[in-house]
Design a protein. Structure first.
Length: 229
């Protein structure tokens, strides 16, 4: 799992400008694969894919993931990241509160060698960081900071459309979303009368959105004890 460190700016003591080379946008254009018309949807396997329009995530869209604390929203984010990396795509997480751990991600099926994690992002540059990742990464999961403005959300929605990426916005997204996935509740197996070990967790997810997803659909996902959050 790659960890992106913050880069120094011109105000940092000892800062020296690097030799000028291709800009980030130019590099992203070179490395980003062409998305054909028949590949406009990223397949999501299992029960979750069964309740998503077309069985997957529409490229160029925003997917909102939400749920009460402990309901399993983080596990739901991991399931979407796992689908992306299983398809051979790169994925990234902007994780301001360190909610995503390497062990939990691996046990959820995420290929860590194709996952980048950016932590401790100040709210002032959150939108810029997410936009940069969308330039070259197929799926970006971003935990939305408090006070994120609708105008900034609209800019990220436009960037996702332009780059044919999927922005998974976890939390209170102040803009539009093609899909809304909500972790409703979860239950555990493996516990008896005050004894035993946690076994599987069954997570109930509701899906709503626009167009084909306007009617709410529900799926139950089974996750392991360590992978759940």
């Amino acid at each position: 799992m790659a960890l992106a460190e913050p880069l120094p700016d011109a105000g940092t003591p000892g800062f020296r400008p690097a030799r000028r080379g291709p800009g980030l946008a130019e590099v992203a254009q070179r490395v980003r694969p062409v998305v054909l018309a028949g590949e406009r949807r990223l397949a999501v396997p299992g029960p979750l894919g069964g309740v998503l329009p077309g069985g997957g995530l529409q490229r160029g869209s925003v997917v909102r993931v939400e749920g009460a604390p402990g309901a399993g929203a983080t596990s739901l984010v991991l399931a979407l990241l796992a689908a992306a990396t299983a398809a051979g795509e790169w994925a990234a997480v902007v994780d301001g509160e360190s909610l995503i751990g390497g062990l939990a991600a691996a046990e959820a099926g995420v290929a860590l060698e194709r996952l980048a994690v950016v932590r401790s992002v100040p709210a002032a540059v959150y939108g810029r960081v997410v936009a940069t990742l969308l330039d070259g990464v197929a799926v970006v999961a971003a935990f939305v900071p408090r006070g994120f403005r609708p105008a900034d959300a609209r800019r990220l929605e436009a960037r996702a459309r332009e780059r044919a990426g999927v922005l998974v916005a976890a939390g209170a997204w102040p803009g539009e979303a093609a899909l809304r996935l909500r972790a409703e509740h979860s239950s555990w197996s493996g516990l008896g009368r005050g004894e035993g070990l946690l076994g599987e967790r069954v997570l109930r997810v509701s899906v709503r959105g626009r167009g084909a997803a306007v009617r709410e659909r529900v799926a139950e996902l089974v996750t392991g004890a360590r992978a759940a959050a």
